[in-house]
Every structure is written in structure tokens, then in C-alpha cells.
Design a protein around this ligand. Sequence first.
Ligand SMILES: Nc1ncnc2c1ncn2[C@@H]1O[C@H](COP(=O)(O)OP(=O)(O)OP(=O)(O)O)[C@@H](O)[C@H]1O
Length: 375
Amino acid sequence: MSEQTMTAPATAPAGGPPVLQAVHVTKHFPARGGLPRRGVARRVVHAVEDVSLDLYAGRITALVGESGSGKSTLARLLAQLHPVTSGEVLLHGKPVRAQRGRAFREHVRAVQLILQDPFGSFNPVATIAGTLGRAVALHHPERKGKERAALVEDLLTQINLTPPRQFAEKFPHELSGGQLQRISIARALAAEPEVFLADEPVSSLDVSIRLGVLNLLRRLTEERNAAMLYVTHDIASARYFAADTAVMYAGQLVEQGPSEAVTQQAAHPYTQLLISSAPDPSRPAGSRVRDIGQPPSLIDPPAGCRFHPRCPFAMERCATTVPDSHEISPGHTTRCWLYADDAEARAKRAENAAATGKAGTAGGTGPADPPPTPA
Ligand SMILES: Nc1ncnc2c1ncn2[C@@H]1O[C@H](COP(=O)(O)OP(=O)(O)OP(=O)(O)O)[C@@H](O)[C@H]1O
């Protein structure tokens, strides 16, 4: 497969048990600034609130939302880089709580994070062979000398930087952003992970090379039957790259399910807004969903559904009670009161359908459309 052609998303059936799970995970950070005052509870940032998400072997799940919605925090909780405030992270069904020791090291090996900015994560005075050699030494201490060098060359070949010797002796500043992002993927591969957490892996890269890096990630996921979380702002790329999509708003998951369903029959007004805000030349003029505000402060988030102050279809209950999860079609769920089974919700739902019309679709009208350029 050419790396410049976007093919159908990795869709290994989600039949087996999840590899990695967030179960009712919440993360509060102490708010920066201001001194604690006697008798006044310390203010916290409600970065992630009661989020449950499953990742499956051989399957890519996109986590979509605007800046500050808690996507990176969730990825870091799954990687055990932050302790959870409540809830659990499970690897193969077993809770992971250790922040040090053998269980922690095993988690860090099995679950590898790939970050947005490849430049920031390399030692500028180490060659690529030195950087990858350290990763090999960490995860395969038995491989020494020539064996270690051979493994470094093999890693470079797997990420299509060939001939490997030509790249091994280079320093980070001698490589392009795309080449360095490939090296960070190779460094993650050295651990033979079961899960990749790719946090906006292409958004800092030149538009022309994004597709190549995404297709490399997909090939590696498929070949290794690894699970992948693909964190992105770009809901249109999620449809083409990921089998499943989860949408996050202000720390809460508002919709999730098969990417095709989430992007073509978006149920939550926030998902509809995200889709209608994404560039899409095929969308008729005037079909945008009306946006009536900004994301809330996470220090003092709105009660109920956090989207309600911005939602044109909000009802009274939306301001007081966190919505239940409603199943729209098999595996496609949303936390939105529009899908409750009562007269008021039905009327609002009809209003929503009339207002959005075709606006609940992303990236065009069918699988034959050309892939969008990933952001
Ligand atoms: N270590 C921290 N201490 C305090 N607040 C934090 C910390 N890390 C993240 N936050 C806050 O948590 C919220 C969620 O941030 P997060 O980076 O997870 O969002 P995001 O969706 O990944 O955004 P972006 O796409 O811009 O990276 C933000 O309000 C952020 O300021």
C-alpha cells in the first residue's frame, strides 16, 4: 500500500475483550494560581469527568474534541503518567494503580505514548542510533553490541527510513519533522507495545506528509494487532483513519461508536457542531449548525450536561442532571437528553433533525469521497 493513499479504517472486529480500559475515570488538577485560604476548598480543574472508554487489539479509536476538552489528560491517565482522581484504568481487565515498581514498568512498556511534537522529545546531542539504542537497551537488555545495532536497523526499516545506516548516524536537527515523528514511533516500537496512544501525532507536521505517517501508524497497528488511541481535533480524519470515534467536550465523553455512525449520523449537538465547523467544500452553504458560545471554564463547569449553555436544543433538565447514555444504533451511544423517551425530548429531537438536516455528516456523503487532509 502506498503511504500516500488513505484506505479504509482498521476494523478488526471488537469481538475480544478490551486490551486497555478507562472505567469511570475522573481527573481533577489543583487549579494554578491563587493561594489556598483557610476554610475555602482548594479550587480544582475538572479535566476529565467520569469517562469510560475501551481500546481493542487491532482497532483504532479516535478521541476527538476541541482544545482543552481533556483528550491529552485522558491519554496520560491511560499511560499512567497521572494518577486518576477516581475510577480505574484496566490493562487486560486488571486494575493498574502502581506508580512505580514492576507493575508500573510493565504498564509503561505495554502502553506507549506518541506525542505531537517530535522535536521536544529527543536529546539534541544524541544520534538516532544512540536514542534508539537506549530504548532497545531498556526493553531488551539481553541484546548487546551487534545484536542491539541490528535491532536499531530493523526498527528504522520498519518505519521506512531506509537505508537505515544513513539515518542512524544523524542528529535530530538533521531530520525533518516527519522523519523525527517516525523515529519516535520506532522508539515506541522498541517496547513491543500492545497499545499506542498517539496524541495528535500529525498535527505539527507539514500537511503533505501527514497521510504517510498516519498510514504507517495504521500498518503497524494491524501488523502487530495492537490497539490505538488516536487523539485529534479533526473529526473528518477520524472517519477515515479510525474504526471507532469518541467525542469529548469539557472533560466528558458525549458520543461514541463506530466512526461511520458517529460522523454520518451525529447524534449529540456538540458532535454536530464539530462536524459543521470542519472544512468541507462539499457542504451546501448555510448548512452550518449555529454556534452560540465558547467551551466553559473547567474550574467551575456547568452542572448537568456541560454543553447545555451552548446548546440550541437545551431543555430544563440539561442544566441540572448529567444525561444518561442512550443507544442510537448498535454500539453508537450518546449522553444527551434529546434521546430520552418522552414528549418534550421527542419534540426537541424533531427540531434538531430539522435544523441540522444533512449537517450531521462529516467529510462528505459516502466512502467514495476523497480523504480529507488530516489536521
Ligand atoms: N498538570 C495540569 N495541571 C493543571 N491543569 C491541567 C494540567 N494538565 C491539563 N490541565 C487542564 O486540564 C484541561 C484539559 O487539558 P488537556 O490538555 O487534557 O486538553 P486537550 O483536549 O488535550 O487540549 P489540546 O488539544 O489543546 O492539547 C485544561 O483546562 C488544562 O488546562
